[in-house]
Design a protein around this ligand. Structure first.
Ligand code: B4P
Length: 190
């Protein structure tokens, strides 16, 4: 199986690039952000709990997102592989993912980390906020908090995957097509 972690700060292009990669490599796309927004749209109890945190730019509790990923893995027994987009975001999530994949006799093939500076991230998110309707894309303070959460809780995962020799750094500024080419080259060399 080809199991990829697409990694990077908010607005680095994870969702954008995942959409291109799932077609090329025939993978199942698992975006915890998309799943959570689906729960909010459906008005579930989980969605209600998540909304107040997401609107502030805080992370949702590990137990919630790990449970979501577990059920998605169980519901896709015939997948050729997965792209994990926006997951894991904490060390506890990364450890849980390793355990879940080991139970399926598979593992993460590689972590592709998109590098984008903070100024470009804010610019992209505010631009998307003009028509996404997402509260977390419309306010500079909330965007700053999302980047802070990333730096504090998510960035350490580079060391986690680096220690497993699975980290690949990719320049995330440039055209979507150029970045996609770099990602494909890295994936083909895994
Ligand atoms: P996500 O949905 O993961 O939000 P994101 O990081 O903003 O999305 P992404 O990074 O995929 O957006 P993209 O760059 O593609 O998470 C939202 C919230 O959900 C989190 O803050 C948290 O509260 C919660 N959450 C999700 N997962 C969680 C977890 N595992 N644990 C705890 N909480 C969790 O797109 C950004 C914009 O840039 C787009 O408009 C795009 O068009 C543009 N863009 C992309 N590539 C570009 C390029 N090359 N040049 C110019 N613009 C580009």
């Amino acid at each position: 199986m080809l199991n990829l972690v697409l990694f990077g700060p908010p607005g680095s292009g994870k969702g954008t690039q995942s959409a291109l990669l799932i077609d090329k490599y025939n993978l199942v796309h698992l975006s915890t952000g998309d799943i959570l927004r689906g729960e909010i749209a459906a008005g579930t109890a989980l969605g209600l709990e998540a909304k107040s945190l997401m609107d502030k730019g805080d992370l949702v509790p590990d137990s919630v997102v790990i449970g979501m990923i577990k059920s998605k893995l169980e519901n896709n027994p015939d997948a050729k592989g997965f792209i994990f987009d926006g997951f894991p975001r904490t060390t506890a999530q990364a450890e849980a993912l390793d355990t879940l994949l080991a139970e399926l006799n598979t593992a993460i093939s590689g972590m592709l980390s998109l590098q984008v500076d903070d100024e470009e991230l804010s610019k992209r998110l505010l631009l998307r906020g003009k028509d996404s309707g997402r509260a977390d894309d419309q306010d500079e303070n909330i965007i700053r908090n999302r980047i802070k959460e990333y730096n504090n809780k998510t960035l350490p995962l580079k060391e986690f995957y680096g220690a497993q020799n699975k980290l690949q750094e990719i320049e995330g500024v440039g055209s979507i097509e150029e970045i996609n080419q770099k990602l494909c080259t890295a994936i083909d060399n895994l």
